[in-house]
Design a protein around this ligand. Structure first.
Ligand code: PLP
Length: 434
């Protein structure tokens, strides 16, 4: 057993001054029946808590740390910028360079607006879609998470799903009634919404590969059908690529699946651990944003030069590594090794599990039937997941404290790290089988 006395004390102090002791509900360990660990430092694939325990980190700050912690190229870029100023509240060259890079790498993108979080990016994308089409309603998919703006909290994944909050207090009935909910991987459910509300739906927002009900990939043809339905009914298709962007490949899901989105949103990886998000798309739509167009959006720290330099350094490095050593295929190989290993372990232990993996992300569901939407994900055994999580923590392996999140594989994870994950998972599954 690892000692957690400093973490315990920190948590008690935290609960007095921060609701629930955490600044984002997904960091709470309530659903896995223990207390959160407070961290002190991180390097490469490792992270250390305030009690001095070392873990292999498979959360990677929920995705941004795709190169691992403390990457020297990113840190050098940050240090150099800090000497030249931390924030200007005015245009700077770094934001141009990052925008130009995104335009170059992501298909169908001509313009980019930088913001400070994924939540801001999706919130702005909805406003832009509504302003552009003159329509009020939006469609999202059950179990997809797009940040915490009012319109998007309906039937949301991630922490909302983990805590089992059906209708979030504070979201007005009027707002909620403009959000229609379809079933992921079920294009017919979207068609029914379009037919019930022709000419009312501004946009359809989707996680092209879900990461926030656990990893769930689109079935063949699903994204294509979304594209066709949006065209048929005159709605915009928004890919929320806050997780998939620069993770499923340099061109994101649009490139990986060969499907054009009208707008896309990024976050996480593009900030390399700093608070950054962006909305991106063709000029014909993006130019509706103020000051060029009438759809208002703003931010004091938008395009912050330190964050831009960090993101630029990370994207440049991803591009270099992809050219020199097939980065994305290698990340996917590591994740596939984990997924295969977990399937083998479950088979030999008579515990029914499903392992979903896509590229460098995966989820072990304690479910007896394939997981392809929120209903099938929600059928998972949360008690088993909680025991699995606690065993892994004790073994020095940190994963997200929820059945409905992803394991993130980074460039910094070594073969030995992958092997250690699997030998720890073996003991965890043995403990559950008993
Ligand atoms: C994390 C996430 C968001 C929200 O991003 P924040 O930076 O946490 O506001 C939005 N969409 C998806 C798909 C995400 O995974």
């Amino acid at each position: 057993m690892l000692g957690h006395s400093y973490s315990h004390d920190a948590f008690l102090r935290g609960c007095k001054v921060i609701p629930g002791g955490v600044n984002s509900p997904v960091r709470a360990f309530g659903s896995v029946a223990c207390e959160p660990v407070f961290y002190d430092r991180a390097q490469g694939s490792r992270i250390w808590d305030v009690d001095g325990n070392e873990y292999i980190d498979f959360v990677c700050s929920w995705g941004p740390m795709i190169l691992g912690h403390g990457d020297e190229d990113v840190l050098n870029a940050v240090r150099a910028q800090m000497k030249r100023g931390v924030s200007y509240g005015a245009p700077c060259e770094s934001e141009l360079l990052l925008a130009e890079m995104i335009v170059e790498l992501v298909p169908h993108v001509e313009q980019v607006r930088m913001v400070s979080s994924g939540t801001e990016a999706t919130m702005t994308a909805l406003r832009l879609a509504r302003g552009f089409t003159g329509r009020d309603k939006i469609v999202k998919f059950e179990g997809n998470y797009h940040g915490h703006s009012d319109s998007l909290l309906v039937s949301a994944g991630s922490g909302v799903a983990t805590l089992g909050i059906p209708n979030t207090p504070g979201v007005t009935r009027a707002t909620a009634s403009d959000t229609l909910v379809a079933r992921y991987n079920d294009a017919q459910s979207l068609r029914r919404l379009f037919e019930a509300h022709p000419r009312e739906i501004a946009c359809v927002i989707v996680e092209p590969v879900c990461g926030n009900m656990g990893v769930v990939a689109p079935v063949p043809g699903f994204l294509q059908e979304l594209r066709e339905l949006c065209d048929e009914f005159g709605a915009l298709l928004i890919f929320d690529e806050v997780i998939t962007g620069f993770r499923v490949g340099l061109g994101g899901a649009q490139e990986a699946f060969g499907i054009r989105a009208d707008l896309c949103t990024f976050g996480k990886i593009i900030g390399a651990g700093f608070p950054v998000g962006c909305i991106a798309g063709p000029e014909r739509i993006m130019s509706s944003l103020a000051p060029e167009g009438p759809v208002y959006q703003a931010g004091t720290l938008s395009g912050n030069p330190v964050a831009m330099e960090a993101g630029l350094a990370q994207l440049h490095k991803l591009e270099r590594l992809e050219k020199s050593e097939h980065l994305y295929a290698n990340l996917a190989d590591k994740a596939a090794r984990l997924a295969e290993g977990l399937r083998e372990l479950s088979k030999s232990r008579d515990i029914t599990t499903q392992v979903n993996q896509f590229g460098s992300v995966l989820t072990l569901f304690f479910a007896s039937a394939p997981v392809f939407d929120w209903t099938s994900a929600n059928a998972s055994n949360r008690e088993h997941f909680a025991r699995y999580f606690r065993c892994m923590l004790d073994e020095g392996i940190i994963i997200a404290p929820s059945q409905f999140e992803a394991v993130f594989v980074s460039y910094a994870h070594s073969d030995a790290d992958i092997s250690r994950f699997l030998s720890s998972a073996k003991r965890a599954l043995e403990a559950i089988a008993k």
